[in-house]
Design a protein around this ligand. Sequence first.
Ligand code: F0G
Length: 460
Amino acid sequence: MTNIKNSWAEPYKIKMVELLKMTTPAQRKKAMKDAGYNTFLLKSEDVYIDLLTDSGTSAMSDRQWAGMMLGDEAYAGSRNFYNLERVVKDVYGYKYLIPTHQGRGAENILSKILIKKGDIIPGNMYFTTTRLHQELAGGKFEDIIIDEAHDSESEFPFKGNVDMSKLERLIKKYGAEKIPYVSVATSVNMAGGQPISMKNLRELRALTKKHGIRVIHDMTRVAENAYFIQQREKGYEKKTIREIVKEINSYTDGATMSAKKDALVNIGGFLAVNDWDVFEEARNMVVVYEGLHTYGGLAGRDMEAMAIGIEESVSDEHIRARVGQVIYLGQKMIEYNVPIVKPIGGHGIFVDAKKFLPHISQDAFPAQTLAAEIYLDSGVRTMERGVVSAGRKANGDNYYPKLELVRFTIPRRVYTQAHMDVIAESAARVYERRDKIKGMKMIYEPKYLRFFQAKFEKLT
Ligand code: F0G
């Protein structure tokens, strides 16, 4: 009896299905070549299992769909806005809400308000759009995540933590007045969905308070971070995800949110702050870039679906199954000896392309190459998170990130355990023939966020 596992299972059943197209190797070869070996440029129709992103790809619940029918499409003062405002205050604890069309809309407004030319924005690893908006506003991002985060082998349980000594050094070097805020993410995406601990957040609050520096929270995947705190941090075993989320947020002054992830909607986001002055300016600025402050680029129905999704996202059963599925896939990959970032993170499996393809130099894009090979093998679409995503510095040099990863991102409530098996088997098959794989060269490079639209050619 003692050997019987206590498995998680989905806390929902399936009411409607979406049929998928299966492709042949020849069809995939043509599709990949036409897409310039960039998985972003594939047509979704040509994809079997889509792990490009967990962003906007979740399956909404019947309640969320019912909420869509309650959309109040008034230009001003929609009922759905007030529902959303109430839920954000109640679940997340932030006082003032500004809806935006998605996360980067909030990043744009916040960066414009808080950052002056020459400012320094320390953060626990960069995220592509977040850093770009900081730079476009005249700021400079400085990475203050702990060293373990850059090491795909380190099994440290909270690889999203801020290194306080790195932050102190920046404060000493530039002065607190040059640092408008610390940009802190939960479930650090580029590190592999790695969590930050509550203890670390508490220390960050204490240090920033001493210097009068704000903490702005990228809360895109806060509920997934809360799950790891519940599982790993002493004193939180008996707390609910909802309680943990609220406590995390209490150590920060405001947040940007891409509701397309945690909050289980296909579009939407917001900026939430506790500071009246920042709110007042943001409420004014949102009119320029997004829409009136009671819709911010969203339809009333989108706000209603988001309000319901937020409530569902902080349920303990939901999060256990959500992260459980990701861990199931990761363990399968480990069984096949595929090198992945450990510990397994919250929203996907990050395969270490430097270890997978050690014979391909970073200039020949190992992660981009591997993502293309996985698609060619099985029609599974993944995403590069390495030197292409990292882009170029202001002086034109490439950033060379230590982590050269392929992200297998799992949409929420969309795929089954059998899909996970097929994905792991595909990674294992490509791993078996890794020695025969050659790198690529970039033949087209856009100026901003190049990974979305760059094109490549296979090296012969
Ligand atoms: N912050 C984080 C941590 C994100 O992962 C994203 C989006 C954003 C901000 C921006 O939000 O897309 O709604 O404008 N990440 C997606 C991804 C694109 O695939 O990881 P957005």
